[in-house]
Design a binder for this molecule. Structure first.
Ligand code: SF4
Length: 387
């Protein structure tokens, strides 16, 4: 058993979370990027100390799954050698930064992400564990729809702005003051009562009427966001996905071997830098119209102790019956970890079968209850509501 504290929430490398398939060890790549050696190292460590499966998270992180208690300490020692570990669990938890994968050497993204990392080592204290930052300074903003509380981004005119999530406008900043303004905004959030008992998000705080101080607000609108990316070729490289956002160690090793580096995204995809054609690897999703991208499912049974079904097996069986512009969410219980929003169809596993919710989320009232997986697979019209 590792001497490191093990909590039941918000996993990290130093504070892993226990799940049905062992410990979940979350890795936060610095600057949202892995060098090929780091990516190859994670693939090896996942096979050696875990079950060989690596989650891609909506915060642009990776999770090695299936780690034993005995394997945790040697694993984090190896992660430290790969420069993927923070000095302590507190600074690791604060370093919650999403970085746009569409940066170029000529924009400010990498500079600001590195400076923000340094600024977060010392504070501000008492930020909620889910509180995060987005650095989205390329010419095409991409992260406005991703979860973050403070955003460093571009205005319509292309200037840098810092914006509180939920606020319509941001404050223009110079390259050298952007991080200090972002940190001041985080301090204001805490001081003005946005954080309570380790919880709280900026959008809810602003939405509840909290007024930003004059020094931290202005009237500059952010630039329009690009459409949500899909697998395909981009100027930065090849964007690839994995079914349910879960890579095999072999797929990660393949990407490490054929690219100049891997850029993480909040869409559970990876940009393999420098590729001019899509990689050939069986377990990677490389086609934008692959039906598996129409379904989302939590880890389900047996990986999660709360699950009432093997969510991903069912979702994969049903994927081809979902319309290209719709989404099916299969949840192993009512918690809905994989997708908090609405979907055209949501299936929630219960002891008595599945609740079926149309155009809603796991929190909404089902239109049908107790539907079996076998019936849905045998007769997909149950899903569409067709007679
Ligand atoms: S939604 Fe329920 S079953 Fe699925 S991972 Fe979360 S807690 Fe587990």
């Amino acid at each position: 058993m590792s001497a490191v504290a093990i909590k039941g929430w918000c996993p990290s490398a130093l504070r892993p979370m226990r799940s049905g398939d062992g410990l979940v060890v979350r890795i936060r790549p610095h600057g949202g990027r892995l060098a090929p050696k780091q990516a190859a190292g994670i693939a090896v460590l996942s096979e050696r100390y875990g079950n060989g499966l690596i989650d891609l998270t909506s915060r642009g992180n990776l999770q090695i799954r299936g780690v034993s208690d005995q394997g945790h300490r040697p694993l984090i020692e190896e992660l430290s050698r790969l420069h993927l570990l923070d000095p302590d669990a507190e600074s690791e938890a604060r370093r919650n930064i999403l970085v746009s994968p569409f940066w170029s050497a000529s924009d400010d993204t990498c500079f600001l992400a590195a400076e923000l990392e340094r600024g977060l080592v010392m504070g501000p204290p008492d930020l909620p564990t889910k509180f995060g930052f987005a650095v989205d300074c390329s010419t095409e903003p991409a992260l406005a729809g991703a979860s973050a509380d403070i955003r460093i981004e571009r205005s319509i005119a292309g200037e840098l702005i810092v914006r509180a999530d939920g606020a319509e406008h941001g404050r223009p900043v110079s390259r050298t003051e952007a991080v200090s303004v972002a940190l001041a905004l985080a301090e204001w959030f805490v001081d003005s009562g946005g954080a309570r008992e380790g919880r709280g998000r900026m959008k809810a705080h602003v939405g509840a009427g909290a007024k930003l101080p004059d020094a931290l607000r202005s009237n500059v609108k952010p630039a329009c966001m690009i459409a949500e990316p899909r697998p395909g070729l981009y100027p930065q490289g090849a964007m690839v996905a994995a079914a349910f956002g879960q890579l095999t160690h072999a797929a990660l090793s393949h990407l490490a071997g054929c690219s100049q580096g891997l850029r993480m995204t909040p869409w559970r995809m990876i940009v393999a830098e420098g590729l001019r054609e899509m990689p050939h690897c069986e377990s990677l999703v490389t086609q934008a119209d692959d039906p598996i991208l129409r379904v989302v499912a939590c880890s389900g049974a047996p990986a999660c102790c709360e699950a009432h079904c093997d969510t991903r097996a069912l979702a994969a069986s049903l994927a081809s019956h979902i319309a290209a512009d719709e989404r099916l969410h299969v949840s192993g219980c009512a918690k809905g970890c994989a997708h908090s929003g609405t979907a055209a169809l949501t299936l929630v596993a219960t002891r008595e079968g599945f609740d079926v919710i149309r155009s809603g989320s796991t929190r909404d009232t089902p239109s049908q209850r107790g539907v079996s997986a076998g019936r849905m697979i045998a007769d997909p019209s149950v899903l569409t509501g067709a007679p």
